[in-house]
Design a protein around this ligand. Structure first.
Ligand SMILES: [Fe+2]
Length: 157
């Protein structure tokens, strides 16, 4: 059945492309957060091991929500590791020596990069592409990333 929700095919396609890049970023960020959880070393090991666990659990839910939003507007979600690496704006390269400061700096940069991407696209999707549902969904996601970025930033004072 055709998706008949009051958004043109062309606009749904454009929105799906924006969301697919976002899904790739969230998936890579999820994996990088698991890396931090697994490989963190130092005197604050236990505290940061748990902290990173909370962050990747949140991202696991985010990944699912973004993929299901793509399906909701009538497109298929990219779902291979290769496609995520092709689509993502983030890099897997790690500068960190497995210390908490290095991991936190790296994750903060990535969350901020996702925040900028979301901010660039929320108004475009709502106003130009006529999808207030996705625009609203991404606004909530923006706030979640901003809060996580604050948490991460606060470790670096
Ligand atoms: Fe674990």
């Amino acid at each position: 059945m055709k998706t008949n929700i009051g958004i043109t095919d062309k606009n749904r396609q454009a929105i799906a492309e924006i969301l697919s890049k976002l899904l790739a970023d969230e998936y890579v960020l999820y994996t990088k957060t698991r890396n931090a959880h697994w490989n963190i070393e130092g005197p604050d090991f236990h505290d940061k091991h748990k902290f990173f666990e909370g962050l990747y659990e949140q991202l696991d839910e985010v990944v699912d929500s973004v993929a299901e939003r793509i399906r909701t507007i009538g497109h298929y979600a990219p779902a291979t590791l290769k496609s995520f690496l092709d689509l993502t704006h983030l890099t897997e390269k790690s500068e960190s020596k497995n210390d908490s400061k290095g991991f936190i700096k790296e994750l903060l940069t990535d969350h901020e990069s996702v925040i900028v991407y979301l901010r660039e696209n929320i108004n475009k999707i709502g106003n130009d592409l006529g999808d207030v549902g996705t625009s609203d969904f991404l606004t909530g996601l923006l706030e979640d990333h901003e809060k996580t970025a604050w948490f991460l930033r606060s470790h670096l004072k």
